[in-house]
Design a protein around this ligand. Sequence first.
Ligand code: ZN
Length: 381
Amino acid sequence: MTPQEKRINLLIEILKIPTIAQNEGQVATVLANFLTDKTISATFVEYAPGRNNLIIDLNNPNGDKPTLALSGHLDVVATGDTTQWRHQPFSAEIDQDRIYGRGATDMKAGVAAMTMAAKELLTTDFHYPLRLIFTVGEEIDNYGARQLTKVGYLKPVRAMIIGEPTNHDIWFAHKGIIDFTAESIGKTAHGAMPQLGINAIQNLLDYYNQQQIELAPLLTQKDPDLGYTTANVTLIHGGEQINTIPGIAKLRGNIRTVASVPNEKIAAALQKAATHVNAKPNHQIKVRVDSTINAVKTDANQPFLKTLQAIVQAQGWSGVLVTGAPITDAAIFQEDHHFPFAIFGPGNNTAHQVDEYVTTSDYLTSIDIYKQLIVSYYQSN
Ligand SMILES: [Zn+2]
């Protein structure tokens, strides 16, 4: 088998394992076995049965030396209607320069490239520590990253690459998120006798309007890198029957936050709106924050990013420093530990789409970039 075939085979093997919020442990086992070597220690951190996060340390048997880390997630999003796919999502078909499959771009190519970079460095005189951090459940609520951060696996990390697909650019920041639910509790009554009930939908609309007022000043504060916070109500449900006054109604909202407006301020505004509305007669609104992740930003001028940029551009790629849109595990890892990070990996904008693919050249080049970055990092630190 040629070195190139070896590289491609690893990606194909993990693409065939369907990890839609399950089975990440199978991928973790493949990667750990692939890297088996006396200088390696692999730790499986179970989130749920069949769902292991994976930590691999090179040249760092106790895992306590300060280290560069490469990180990615092992899960993928659902396939949607598979009849819409020309290349079945878990058959990892190669067609000319494209490798197809759910996760090809987001982000098994990144995970395989990181593993491959480590594997190939083992055949050189590379003797510095390197930690690979592979997580479960990133696509749901980053719960693998939350678990690993809590247990302390980020403590020795001094710099990090997250291998999400960045289409030849480098992300140095991305927005955060708040998902929230507002529930209005009223009282059902016959539609002909509304005075006997409390209309939960009407009260929920009062809350919606007040929430818009409370959020307004926060939505106009511009972050120099990430722009504006955006707030959208994305789900609404209320009432049961056309001739019954609704006794319950709720809405859910999705807010994309920026670094200059902390999530706590947004959450406080949502609560303040409820308090305001609840002061009116017969209003009972409960607000709950379901998930909160702060925006993350790293200094675009720090040497780690500049080094990566030079290596990426030497490959003829754009290597432009930009801000990303989706949430990544970087935001979780950065909550307790502040180290320079970059989000950079093979792949394109077919993430979460039908016929997701990565090009072979993107994948192969990214392995070379990761190897060079790892070596350069230790030459300058
Ligand atoms: Zn991803």
